[in-house]
Design a protein around this ligand. Structure first.
Ligand code: I3P
Length: 363
């Protein structure tokens, strides 16, 4: 029998479980996500990037282990009480499950400072609650409200706001000491092999601002002031394949599919978005910060519960002195404008277009 004192060890037990699973399964395969009910791929790539796909059907012992663990009381309890954090965007490995109803995110000093200020700002109800810091395995994490905790099999969409996703300070730094990034060159040619210049092809590397600017222009960020980063549907399938999604028409289709053509859900999102915008327009925090790389997290479920929150403040920086932004003016380097509200105007108008389309088709 479990003693009360041994309950905190559940975290350690879960970590050990993950380690064991990682050693049983293939590196980078989605087996763990399967257990958490996120996705059930039937085929995954064979080791060493071989062209031949390998199926689990060949390994019946593996299937037995999988169903044994999947239906073990531990996993069932875990699934019921601690809905896994679904990371659609952002840095891999930055999140852990926290206390029930919380998630842990690796501490970033700038982000922590933002959360501390937000807890006393008019935006408080539109961001996850900040519940202090937690030490775990020698790392410090901020503990945040799990925004998915009150939903049943939620659909989730991450929309990165603003016309640019890099700080002015990053541009300046890169000019002074340019660092070449081979990983970013690789990500660039995976999307478009013609995107790098002749020189970049020779170096097989690009600078970070160059990559970020290219990403903003390839997607809808530069033109519309936001981009869809990732969507997870209620069936557990998820995609982040939106790097080249740029046109308003394409986004209308994506949003229609995200709300599963449900007029009531679209209407609730519009209401929430307008509430967020009103809160932002009257927020002293929002006025006095350059808000870059921050997302709106859209969440709904089949019971038509709907929520929208502002998340990710790692690149939200306070402005000097009493400088303020209107978040709608065009960005020119030096004015620090980020186009957040310009983007939100467009998000709302796209949801309205989707809603109008759904109401006219239901007449
Ligand atoms: C990443 C994305 C992240 C950025 C990261 C990029 O590109 O722009 O926002 O992190 O930079 O690699 P992609 O979405 O195309 O994968 P920051 O916002 O923290 O700068 P990084 O590789 O330097 O972390």
């Amino acid at each position: 029998m479990f003693k009360a004192a041994s309950i905190p060890n559940l975290d350690r037990l879960w970590e050990v479980f993950l380690e064991v699973m990682a050693s049983i399964g293939c590196k980078d395969c989605l087996c763990l996500k399967n257990f958490l009910g996120l996705r059930l791929p039937r085929i995954h790539a064979a080791p060493n990037n071989s062209e031949e796909p390998m199926t689990y059907a060949k390994t019946s012992s593996w299937r037995k282990i999988r169903s044994f663990i999947l239906w073990s009381p531990f996993i069932q309890v875990f699934k019921k009480h601690r809905y896994p954090w679904i990371q659609l965007a952002g840095h891999q490995g930055n999140f852990h499950a926290g206390e029930a109803g919380s998630v842990l995110k690796k501490l970033d000093a700038r982000e922590q400072k933002c959360f501390q200020r937000l807890m006393t700002d008019s935006l408080k109800d539109f961001v996850p609650e900040y519940r202090g810091n937690v030490e775990k395995n020698g790392e410090t994490y901020i503990q945040l409200q799990d925004l998915l905790a009150s939903f049943t099999q939620p659909c989730v969409m991450d929309v990165k706001m603003g016309v640019r996703t890099y700080l002015e300070a990053e541009l300046e730094k890169a000019r002074k000491s340019p660092t070449l990034r081979k990983d970013m060159y690789q990500k660039m040619i995976e999307v478009d092999s013609n995107a790098p210049t002749k020189e970049e092809h020779q170096q097989k590397a690009v600078t970070k601002p160059r990559y970020m600017q290219w990403r903003d222009e390839m997607s809808s960020s530069t033109e519309l002031g936001f981009r869809v980063e990732g969507i997870k549907k209620t069936d557990g399938s998820s995609t982040k394949d939106f790097k080249k999604t740029k046109s308003r028409e394409n986004i209308v289709d994506i949003i229609s599919s995200f709300v599963a053509s449900n007029e009531a859900i679209a209407a609730k999102y519009i209401k929430k978005l307008k509430e967020i915008m009103a809160a932002q327009e009257s927020s002293s925090f929002f006025r006095s910060h350059e808000v870059v790389g921050s997302s709106l997290l859209f969440v709904h479920d089949a019971e038509e519960n709907v929520g929208v929150w502002m998340i990710d403040f790692g690149k939200t920086e306070s402005l000097p002195g009493d400088k303020t932004l209107d978040h709608r003016s065009q960005w020119q380097e030096g004015n620090r404008e980020d186009g957040y509200l310009f983007g939100l105007d467009n998000v709302i108008s796209i949801f309205e277009e989707v809603h109008t389309g759904l109401s006219s088709s239901s007449v």
